[in-house]
Design a protein around this ligand. Structure first.
Ligand SMILES: Cc1ncc(COP(=O)(O)O)c(C=O)c1O
Length: 401
C-alpha cells in the first residue's frame, strides 16, 4: 500500500465521535447538531423540474470539460459577481464534482515532487488541503489564523526557507471556521509573493455567497488579479461550489476557474482521474448558477439566524457574527474546547466541534491555534439553532451565577 496513507490523520468528526464515546446525551431533549457544516435549507424550487427534463442525459457519458452551455453560464456568473471584463468559458473554466475533490486533485496536478517540496495552507483549515499535499509528495506548511490578526493570514510570518520551497498556497476565503474575509489588496500582495517565489494560489471560495444581505460581497482572487491588470489570472485558480450557495451539497457540483495554462494541465489530469459531472447534474448546475433569487433567500435566512442566536450566546460566550459563512467560532469560557464540547453534548444535548480538531499543533511550541475555540454551524432550522443557543446560555449561566 502507499505508505503516504499512513500520514493521513483522522477526520475531525471521527475524533469528535471518540471524544463523546463514553457520554450519553440527555434523554429528555431532542439532540441538536451544530457540528457538521452541511447546509440544510430547502432545495431551490427549480431543481426537481430541471432534473426531470434532463433525465435522459444519464444515457450519455459526460465529458471531462463539461458542456459548453454550463461553462458559459459559469463564466457569465463570474463576470457579474467579481466585475471581470472577460472570462474565457472554454479555457478558464472547468466544472468539477464538488470542490472537495478538486481541492484535493489540484495538488496532485500542481506539485512537482522533489525533496522539501512544500504546500502552504491555513491553520485551522479544511483538512482536505493537508491530505492533498501529503499524497502529492509535499510537506504541509501552515500559516496560523489567529484572533490577534482578525483570523486573517499574516504572510509576513512565513519564513524565507518555506517561501523557497512552496509550490502551492491554499487560501480559504471567506474562511472556515472563522468566516474572516481577505481584502482585495491582501490578495494582490499574495499574488506578488507568488510571482517572486514561483507558486500557484488555490483560493477556496466556497463560502463566498453566504454574507450578510446588507454587507458588500466578499472579494475574490480573480477580481484581485484582474484589478492588477492580470486578465489571464496567471498563477491563480479559484474553487466555487453549489453546496453552500444553493443548498445542494448532495449534487456534488462546483467549478474551478482561472489561469488557462494551469487549467489545461489540470483537465489532462482529470481525464485520468475520471471525475465528471453527469449530464442531469450539469443541467441543474446551469439553472443554479443562472439564478440569484434563491441565493438571496438563503443569505436572508442565515442572517436571521445569526441575529437571533448571537445575542443569546453573548450572555455567556465571547462570540461575534462572522463576516461571511455560516459558522460561529467562539472562544470557550475556560479555554478547554474538548471539555466544553463534552459538557454541551452530555448536559445540553448540543453537538459542537472542538476547535483543536480543525488545526495542527506547532511541533516546537505545541501551540494549536484552534484550541480554546469551538465551531458551531448554524445550518439547522432557525428554531433549532435558537433552542441550542438557549440551552448553552442556560448551562453556563448556572455556572457563572
Ligand atoms: C472550506 C471548505 N472547502 C470546501 C468544501 C467542500 O465543499 P463541496 O465539496 O461540497 O463543494 C467545504 C465543505 O464543507 C469546506 O468547508
Amino acid at each position: 500500500m502507499n505508505p503516504r496513507l499512513d500520514r493521513l490523520q483522522p477526520y475531525p468528526f471521527e475524533r469528535l465521535r471518540r471524544l463523546f464515546a463514553d457520554l450519553q446525551q440527555p434523554a429528555d431533549r431532542e439532540p441538536i447538531a451544530l457540528s457538521i457544516g452541511e447546509p440544510r435549507h430547502a432545495l431551490p424550487g427549480f431543481v426537481e423540474p430541471v432534473l426531470r427534463d434532463a433525465i435522459q442525459g444519464y444515457n450519455h457519458y459526460p465529458t471531462t470539460r463539461g458542456e459548453p452551455a454550463l461553462r458559459e453560464t459559469i463564466a457569465a456568473w463570474l463576470q457579474r459577481r467579481f466585475q471581470l471584463d472577460g472570462v474565457d468559458a472554454n479555457r478558464q473554466v472547468l466544472p468539477v464534482s464538488g470542490t472537495r475533490e478538486a481541492l484535493f486533485a489540484i495538488a496532485q496536478a500542481v506539485v512537482a515532487e522533489k525533496p522539501g517540496a512544500r504546500v502552504l495552507m491555513p491553520n485551522p483549515f479544511y483538512q482536505i488541503y493537508e491530505g492533498a499535499a501529503l499524497l502529492a509528495g509535499a510537506e504541509p506548511a501552515f500559516y496560523d489564523l489567529a484572533a490577534e490578526n482578525g483570523y486573517l493570514p499574516d504572510f509576513s510570518a512565513v519564513d524565507a526557507a518555506t517561501w523557497d520551497a512552496v509550490q502551492l498556497v491554499y487560501i480559504c476565503n471567506p474562511g472556515n471556521p472563522a468566516g474572516a474575509c481577505m481584502s482585495e489588496s491582501a490578495m494582490q500582495e499574495l499574488i506578488g509573493l507568488a510571482d517572486r517565489h514561483d507558486f500557484v494560489i488555490a483560493a477556496d471560495e466556497c463560502y463566498s455567497e453566504i454574507y450578510h444581505p446588507d454587507a458588500e460581497p466578499p472579494a475574490g482572487l480573480l477580481g484581485a488579479a484582474a484589478r492588477m491588470g492580470r486578465t489571464g489570472f496567471e498563477r491563480c485558480i479559484v474553487f466555487h461550489s453549489l453546496s453552500k450557495r444553493s443548498n445542494l451539497p448532495g449534487l456534488r457540483s462546483g467549478f474551478v476557474a482561472g489561469d488557462a495554462a494551469l487549467l489545461d494541465r489540470f483537465a489532462l489530469y482529470r481525464t485520468y482521474h475520471g471525475c465528471t459531472l453527469p449530464p442531469p447534474t450539469q443541467a441543474v448546475s446551469r439553472a443554479a448558477w443562472a439564478d440569484e433569487a434563491h441565493v438571496a433567500d438563503n443569505r436572508a435566512l442565515y442572517a436571521e439566524k445569526f441575529a437571533a442566536v448571537v445575542p443569546i450566546l453573548q450572555e455567556v460566550l465571547d462570540v461575534e457574527p462572522p463576516a461571511a459563512g455560516f459558522y460561529l467560532w467562539p472562544r470557550v469560557p475556560d479555554g478547554d474546547d474538548e471539555a466544553f464540547a463534552r459538557r454541551l453534548y452530555a448536559e445540553a444535548g448540543v453537538t459542537v466541534l472542538a476547535g483543536r480538531y480543525l488545526s495542527r499543533s506547532d511541533p516546537e511550541t505545541g501551540h494549536n491555534p484552534g484550541a480554546g475555540h469551538v465551531r458551531m454551524a448554524l445550518v439547522a432550522e432557525p428554531a433549532a439553532c435558537i433552542e441550542a443557543a438557549h440551552r448553552i446560555a442556560a448551562l453556563y449561566q448556572e455556572t457563572i451565577f
